[in-house]
Design a protein around this ligand. Structure first.
Ligand code: 2HG
Length: 546
């Protein structure tokens, strides 16, 4: 069998008490879990959230779009540039997709292997239709079918036929991916925005009074993760789809998610609402570079053509190959009602064993900050656009911490407030260290721009989020502009590339002076004078003692 022989990732089973605080629980398992990259969290048995997707009106009526995945081409395919004529991406008709017949399993032809690769848009389905389609596919694929009249659930209920085990499905999956002797095409309802489709969790709404619903307010309800105290993402005002707003995944047998890390090296939390298992493979964050090297070595032509291949989420590589090259890979089988947590910069991939539905969102406990910093520095090197303003979040967290230091100093804590941000500070706190690292970087970059005229950023500057014209580094803290093109900005590292004008025509914009940033560091270390100064100057607080 082609089933990879790899060790299992750890499973955590929090008690009801431990389950009360998601961010704290994640922090408590981090040290153990990060050695594996992924882990499974099984909630206490009493935690059984209802799933609104199963309501008849939704199940039968609400359509979602799928993408077509050619499973046999996930690892072995020709680079696209060999092709002469690009194939037009088109939306397929559902009728054709439902009558799959033998199209999912036919011998490869060499002409086909030169087709453009990418996940094309598939048909629209309701959950009811997709389940039927997925079940029929699996029955036929594995020869499970007894009679046309009997549905898979009926077959299962009466135990009339043989059903493949998870291990058998896994062996078959890798046979197709590694083989590839057969062509297997499946549909995946992936990355469905829960803001427009629907979440599998009850959503909080102030108007219908369901804020007393324990699952509506639960910290494990993925819609609430962004608001939790202690989550850096709680400081993000924008509804970034997939990052702060969860995405839904409606899967069928063999539908896949290929090797990738989360944007900005964020954590991700994935919950399975219902259906058949999802198999996960994970690599510890510390081994990310090793995985990338191994992928490059094994798929040189694809990387040559597309250096950022791993950002595209379209490439699978057998965990056995990775393992044979010294990349540690761990496996997890997620079932309904279970969470899978992926840790910062932990590559992960996997596939579904049958019809199922999962939901995922990113998470950013404060210990993510150094990983997020590392991500934006790599993005800068690769000239890759960012999804969030790391500096904006970092500064917001720091300001929130200063406000809490202030409250503590003047004993004016309001109500239930927890000093979550202040508690991540002090001389060697994770937030203090993250700010210190960033301030140091800024001061080094400043040295190269010491001769420039400087100006404070004003409201005008803040009217839009800006990024460096060449490397796309986010310009929340500082930016360079030139009189020749006032709408073009560079980061402190790319002043010389901005234009060929003399330096005296260029201006450096700063949000804070170096002195202000150093005072911020002192405030986060707990210096009361610095707390007072920052509180008054930047947070509009007034010292009771004047
Ligand atoms: C992720 O965290 C996604 O990368 C996995 O949640 C996607 O379930 C999937 O297909």
């Amino acid at each position: 069998s082609q089933r990879p022989e790899i060790d299992d990732a750890p499973i955590f089973t929090p008690t009801e008490e431990e389950f009360k605080d998601a961010i704290q629980y994640i922090a408590s398992i981090r040290h153990q879990a990060e050695k594996y990259g992924i882990c499974r969290i099984i909630p206490p048995t009493s935690w059984r959230p209802p799933c609104p997707l199963k309501e008849k009106s939704f199940w039968e009526c609400q359509e979602f779009n799928t993408r077509v995945q050619q499973v046999d081409k996930l690892q072995n395919r020709e680079p696209m540039k060999k092709r002469t004529q690009p194939r037009v991406q088109r939306k397929r008709k559902r009728r054709k997709r439902l009558r799959f017949g033998m199209t999912h399993r036919r011998p490869s032809s060499s002409a086909d292997s030169e087709e453009k690769f990418g996940f094309q848009s598939g048909s629209d389905f309701t959950l009811e239709e997709f389940q039927k389609y997925a079940d029929e596919f699996k029955q036929e694929y594995f020869g499970m079918k007894g009679s046309d009249e009997i549905s898979l659930s009926e077959i299962k209920k009466h135990k009339k036929i043989w059903e493949p085990s998870v291990e058998e499905i896994e062996g078959e999956y890798w046979r197709i991916v590694i083989g590839p002797t057969d062509e297997v095409e499946v549909d995946y309802g992936a990355d469905l925005d829960t803001a427009t489709f629907c979440s599998g969790f009850t959503k909080l709404s102030s108007s219908d009074g369901n804020n007393k619903d324990p699952y509506g307010v639960s910290c494990w309800n993925l819609n609430n993760l962004r608001r939790l105290p202690g989550s850096v993402i709680s400081l993000e005002d924008e509804d970034i789809s997939g990052v702060v707003v969860p995405w839904l995944y409606v899967g069928m047998c063999f539908s896949s998610f290929c090797w990738h890390v989360e944007d900005h090296f964020l954590y991700s939390l994935n919950y399975m609402h219902f259906g058949e298992p999802k198999i996960w493979y994970g690599v510890p964050g510390g081994e990310a570079v090793k995985l990338e090297e191994s992928m490059r070595k094994n798929l040189p032509k694809l990387f040559e053509e597309q250096p950022d291949l791993l950002h595209e989420l379209v490439t699978q590589l057998s965990p056995s190959v990775l393992k044979s090259e010294g990349v540690p890979v761990y496996r997890s089988v997620q079932r309904p009602g279970e969470f899978v947590l992926t840790l910062p910069r932990a590559y992960h991939s996997g596939f579904n064993c049958g019809f199922n539905c999962a939901e995922a969102v990113n998470v950013a406990p404060v210990d993510w900050l150094p990983h997020g910093q590392c991500a934006v520095e790599l993005y800068r090197e690769q000239h890759r656009k960012t999804s969030i303003s790391h500096d904006k979040l970092l500064l917001k967290a720091a300001k929130e911490a200063v406000r809490q230091f202030w409250m503590n100093l003047f004993n004016c804590k309001s109500g239930e407030e927890k000093y979550v941000w202040m508690n991540t500070c002090g001389k060697d706190g994770v937030l203090t260290n993250a700010i210190k690292t960033r301030v140091k970087m800024e001061s080094v970059a400043l040295e190269g721009n010491a001769t420039l005229k400087s100006k404070k950023m004003d409201k005008d500057y803040d009217s839009v989020d800006r990024e460096c014209f060449t490397c796309f580094y986010d310009l929340h803290l500082s930016a360079i502009s030139c009189q020749c093109s006032p709408d073009r900005f560079a980061c402190l590292n790319h002043t010389n590339l901005l234009c060929s004008c003399e330096m005296d025509r260029k201006i450096a914009f700063f949000r804070y002076s170096m002195e202000e940033l150093n005072t911020l560091v002192a405030a986060l270390e707990g210096d009361p004078t610095a707390v007072c100064w920052w509180g008054q100057k930047h947070l509009g607080l007034v010292c009771p003692s004047g």
